[in-house]
Ligand binder design. Structure first.
Ligand code: ADP
Length: 735
């Protein structure tokens, strides 16, 4: 294994208790250590923080992190301190004396990271100190705030452009989850980065299961989904402030522990809700998009959208708040074809009020169109999202969306049903001389005996009651699907009415076939996709550990996930270690956390196992089974990788199934090859690359990676070079 990687892993293991790096983390850390500017784009939960947390440990220097919100800084610093990592933040939430103490600690060289807001960074006192300390690296978190093309533009970020001028020897590293190319490029330009390393991660989040469900009764549907997530963190995004309050009230009535959150509530109230959600005394927040950037609870297991969001980018950001810990989570969007119509009307209204240009309005309308297509097309949601962000999706079946899980059920006689709906619309209009809305149309089709139906004489049209027996909500839904597919038009005003268009007549004449989806009737089982499943986890013990975690978090005024993440608790409840040695092998148990919390959690495991007669120290599922060549102390990820290599799995496959960086997997493979000494490694590298590396190693007469890499004009990756060298070594050929 290359020495830099092992140095990084040593720190990562000892501070955070992680066994391997995530994709692009090594490259991002390398850029920082090399002093090369960078733009690092990873999806939410991708692990950006680690990229700026590790370098100052290795270079033994102090780096600055610019962060837009006090709550974000606070959570990060709390998290770092529990890992024993020396970090602090300077902000207005601290007293002047506390900030002065931090300044002193900085001067004394006690801190590796200092978090500040952009405004604070650019004060003369902080700039003076930064010069005095000769700061060589600035990390800009949530860097898309600098771009007016981003969705969280903050004018104060603009002044960060001065950094490169004021600190010519320092490198600047921008971190964002924003996926659009335009914003990425704008970040580099605005920050005046010099030849930045552009590190763009994969946007797909395999641990999220996406579902788009036709909206019928949003409260009942939300309650049904939340039942699958009892005692778990969930966010329900609603369109308006009023909607969030109505949703929270409906949820509470149904016995769900929920609160609302929106920008109209006073700051104290919002903070209380945010803290309750973070320390897990509150499970569900019904919120507008104002509940966003400061929320980094890592174990949100469900994100719901009560209506369609206003762009695919917003959807990616909002759903990205689910499952940041890498464990499975569910994202459900309740969609109605009325949503895009409502959005377009809202855009037109606010454009008129703000006197916006036609160009701006058209750009917004286009975003609505994109998200409408995303919601209404019955295609793999993971694929559609990846492609939206310009990335290929490698699988045919994601196994983690309603479409691939075959949950969407087609209406058998869809064309005939569509003809009934359309001809009913035609007849009503012919009789009355004007058009009607969705609800009345559905009433007539279902044969309802309402005053409006009788008054208009619509119980006399031949299509009256043609869909008798189908619930009104379902008929409304089918009508919206026709609007969605543009087989029927709906006006854009306050009281939208339905109108037939050319496609409607084609359907009625039988020239066009129609496909419709039935609102799901069968109960959806909770899909537990994701890297680490619940297999073997004793859920009773998990619950006990969770309660212990909440108690500690509350006492120490830190978010629960800062104590231990869900993944750690699940591994504890699966493997049930009762010795210090075994406990410290668990993911997320670094040295400081063991010292701080280890005993309490260990005691809980021991007593629960005794009470319920559970087996202990059972490192016995597939991920934990040691292959013969492994030592008992090896990390679960490495053990799993070895067993996959034994079955001939490719590097890509292992990287995907273990959610590890390819470089890390090559490292494992090098070790696997060294210990199993296979005659050939053709399964993992082409013959041409093998021979090229072997030849280059002779030519440059070195076993160092860099000279070989350069000799080969950077045409073979470091990972492959490392692998060939490991194999040559086993053949005794590299000496
Ligand atoms: P982002 O800022 O990209 O949204 P974070 O930095 O908050 O993501 O990381 C998300 C979660 O992943 C955190 O709980 C973090 O501790 C965890 N994490 C980061 N890197 C690794 C790693 N190499 N192995 C395991 N977990 C990691």
């Amino acid at each position: 294994m290359g020495s830099l990687l092992s140095q990084i892993l040593e720190q990562v293991r000892s501070y955070w208790g992680f066994d391997a790096l995530r994709p692009l983390q090594e490259e991002a850390i390398q850029a920082s250590l090399d002093g090369r500017d960078s733009v690092v784009v990873m999806p939410t939960g991708g692990g950006k923080s680690l990229c700026y947390q590790v370098p100052p440990l290795l270079s033994d220097s102090t780096h600055v992190v610019v962060s837009p919100l006090i709550s974000l800084m606070k959570d990060q610093v709390d998290g770092l301190l529990t890992c024993g990592y020396p970090a602090a933040a300077i902000h207005s939430g601290h007293t002047p004396a506390e900030n002065a103490e931090t300044f002193q600690n900085l001067r004394d060289g006690h801190l590796r990271l200092i978090f500040v807001s952009p405004e604070r960074l650019l004060t003369s006192s902080f700039l003076r100190l930064a010069r005095e300390l000769d700061i060589r690296s600035f990390a800009i978190d949530e860097a898309h705030c600098i771009s007016q093309w981003g969705h969280d533009f903050r004018p104060e970020y603009r002044q960060l452009a001065l950094l490169k001028q004021d600190f010519p020897k320092a490198s600047v590293h921008a971190y964002t989850a924003t996926a659009t190319q335009r914003v990425r490029e704008d970040i580099a330009v605005q920050l005046q980065l010099e030849n930045p390393a552009m590190l763009v991660g994969v946007f797909d989040r395999p641990n999220l299961t996406y579902r788009i469900v036709p909206r019928t009764d949003v409260y009942a549907q939300t309650v049904e989904v939340l039942r699958r997530h009892k005692n778990e963190g969930a966010i329900v995004y609603c369109l308006s402030r009023k909607d969030t309050e109505a949703m929270a009230a409906a949820l509470r009535k149904a016995g769900v522990n929920a609160a609302s959150y929106h920008a109209g509530l006073d700051a104290k109230h919002r903070l209380r809700t945010q803290e309750a959600f973070a320390n897990e005394s509150l499970d569900v927040v019904a919120a507008t998009v104002a509940f966003g950037m400061g929320i980094d609870r890592s174990n949100v297991r469900c994100v719901l959208h009560a209506t369609m969001p206003k762009s695919v980018d917003h959807y990616q950001q909002e759903t990205g708040r689910a499952g940041r810990d890498g464990l499975e989570a569910e994202c459900v969007l309740f969609y109605s074809a009325a949503d895009p119509i409502r959005w377009k009307a809202l855009i037109a209204k606010s454009a008129a009020e703000a006197d916006a240009s036609a160009e701006v309005v058209a750009a917004h309308q286009q975003l609505i169109e994109q998200v409408r297509r995303y919601c209404s097309a019955p295609q793999c949601r993971h694929r559609a999202l990846s492609e939206h962000f310009g990335q290929k999706f490698p699988k045919d079946d994601c196994e983690a969306c309603d479409v691939c899980l075959n949950e969407t059920e087609g209406v058998e006689d869809a064309t005939e049903t569509a003809q009934k709906i359309l001809s009913n619309i035609a007849r009503m209009e012919r009789m009355s001389g004007f058009a009607f809305g969705v609800a009345h149309t559905a009433d007539v089709l279902t044969g309802a005996n309402t005053e409006a139906v009788r008054k208009r004489g619509h119980d006399q049209v031949t299509t009256y009651g043609l869909l008798k027996g189908t619930p009104k909500q379902s008929i409304k839904n089918l009508i919206y699907q026709l609007v969605d597919q543009e087989l029927l038009s709906q006006s854009l005003d306050d009281r939208p009415v339905l109108a037939l268009n050319r496609a409607s007549w084609e359907v009625m004449r039988g020239e066009r076939r129609v496909q419709l989806v039935r609102p799901p009737s069968q109960e959806i089982k909770k899909t537990r996709a994701g890297e680490i499943s619940w297999d073997g986890v004793d859920e009773g013990l998990f619950g006990q550990l969770r309660t212990l975690r909440s108690k500690i978090a509350e006492k120490q005024h830190v978010p629960a996930f800062v104590v231990f993440g869900d993944r750690t608790l699940r591994e504890l409840a699966r493997n049930r270690p009762t010795t210090e040695n075994n406990f410290r092998k668990i993911h997320g148990v670094g040295n400081a956390k063991w010292e701080k919390y280890g005993r309490q959690f260990l005691n809980e495991v021991v007593s629960c196992c005794e009470r319920h007669d559970l087996s202990t120290n059972s490192f016995n599922n597939a991920r934990d089974q040691a292959t013969p060549v492994m030592r008992a102390t090896e990390s679960p990820a490495k053990v799993a990788a070895f067993s996959l290599f034994e079955k001939g799995a490719s590097v890509d496959k292992v990287a995907t199934s273990l959610d590890r960086a390819k470089t890390t997997v090559f490292g494992y493979l090098g070790e696997f090859v060294a210990s199993t000494q296979p005659a050939s490694i053709e399964k993992w590298i082409s013959k041409a690359h093998y021979e090229a590396v072997a030849h280059a190693a002779c030519e440059v007469d070195s076993k160092l990676l860099k000279p070989i890499y350069e000799h080969l004009n950077e045409s073979v990756s470091y990972g492959e070079i490392r692998l060939v060298l490991a194999h040559l070594e086993t053949c005794g050929e590299s000496e």
